[in-house]
Design a protein around this ligand. Structure first.
Ligand code: PHB
Length: 357
């Protein structure tokens, strides 16, 4: 789990939630607060000033670091966590006493539950356990992927750069002041073996403006991989006493950096709903979980889809489609309302439900 390389842009509401959970110490010490991003269109630059437009910045802090902090806090609390369980299965979540069964070190186990939180990812057992027909899936598989490379070098810019270019999208991101993360859009069927580090750096440079390309500090890849781009939502997110949360229920393309923030939003809502159930003996939060979560999910799906469409070059793109992208970029430059809309969605100014609103 800690080996995976994932985006690290935390909304204000996500940071607040981690604060409330008492696990944000290292995040505040090591996270980088960013007050904006840069957009590039065929080398032309436009900065979106988050703080001026939306009142908040975002915090760049690797998702693997968040996971590490949560695992450490859990271990320190003395609560039991079972890692590497085999043959996990869910039972009776349509009744009052659901169960989780698993095998560990060759021994069968069963946990009697009040509720099951299905936070086990897109390929996990939770959504797969739901009877056919009980959830409806909505999906777009985008016809390209991101080839990502991590390098031990200071980032080329203090802020993230999202670049749209004739040759395809590129992103300059970072994990810290001395570790950078770069991406280039590639066809869906591309193989990472065909991309030497040199080929990657050449392609990235070509998609940036000259001045940025010259400043770029390269080096051997610490990690290099291709991620597909997908939009996916499963409805509903609650089935009896099973709650789906995070990637188990939805996927966004990485363009808007929403994946982790959406998962945090789900968990914030679920936590509030369960506190209400045990504290006030009220079902209201539990009954509202799916609708409340899905409203946020679809807002993030819209934004991630829009930002993906704005910046990528789909196969077979024609002149009309490219000029519409250009017009969209010009609109962001000339209309403060348009820029504010981007800033609000990116920073999550609509808030993490259950935490700020
Ligand atoms: C990343 O740093 O991996 C990253 C940042 C922003 C994105 C996607 C990925 O939109």
């Amino acid at each position: 789990m800690l080996g995976r390389v994932r985006a690290g842009v935390l909304e204000h509401g996500t940071v607040e939630l981690l604060d409330r959970a008492g696990v944000a110490g290292r995040l505040h010490a090591e996270g980088l607060v960013h007050d904006g991003i840069e957009l590039r269109f065929d080398g032309e630059r436009h900065r979106i000033d988050f703080r001026a437009l939306a009142g908040h910045g975002v915090t760049v802090y690797g998702q693997t670091e968040v996971t590490r902090d949560l695992m450490d806090a859990r271990a320190a609390s003395g609560a039991i966590t079972i890692y590497e369980a085999q043959a996990v299965s869910l039972h009776d979540f349509d009744r009052a006493s659901p169960k989780v069964r698993y095998v560990k070190d060759g021994i069968d186990h069963e946990i009697a539950c009040d509720f099951i939180a299905g936070c086990d990812g897109f390929h996990g057992v939770s959504r797969a356990s739901v009877p056919a027909g009980a959830v409806q899936a909505f999906e777009r598989v985008h016809p390209f992927g991101w080839l990502g490379l991590m390098v031990e070098q200071p980032p080329v810019s203090d802020e993230l750069i999202y670049a749209s270019h004739e040759r395809g999208f590129a992103l300059c991101s970072m994990r810290s002041r001395h570790r950078s993360r770069y991406y280039v859009q590639v066809p869906s069927d591309e193989r990472v073996e065909d991309w030497s580090d040199a080929r990657f750096w050449d392609e990235l440079r070509r998609r940036l403006d000259e001045e940025t390309a010259e400043r770029l500090l390269t080096g051997p890849a610490l990690e290099k991989s291709i991620a597909p781009l997908r939009s996916f939502v499963a409805e509903p997110m609650r089935l009896g006493r099973l709650f789906l949360a995070g990637d188990a229920a939805h996927i966004v393309p990485p363009t808007g950096a929403k994946g982790l923030n959406l998962a945090m939003g789900d968990v914030g809502l679920l936590c509030a709903a369960l506190a209400e159930f045990y504290g006030e003996k009220s079902q209201a939060g539990i009954d509202a979980y799916s609708a409340r979560a899905l409203a946020r999910v679809w807002a993030a799906e819209r934004f991630s889809w829009w930002m993906t469409s704005l910046l990528h070059r789909p196969p077979g793109m024609d002149g009309f489609a490219r000029r519409i992208q250009r017009a969209e970029f010009d609109h962001l430059r000339s209309s403060q309302a348009a820029a504010r809309s981007l800033a609000e969605s990116y920073t999550g100014a609509f808030g993490v439900a259950g935490v700020t609103g």
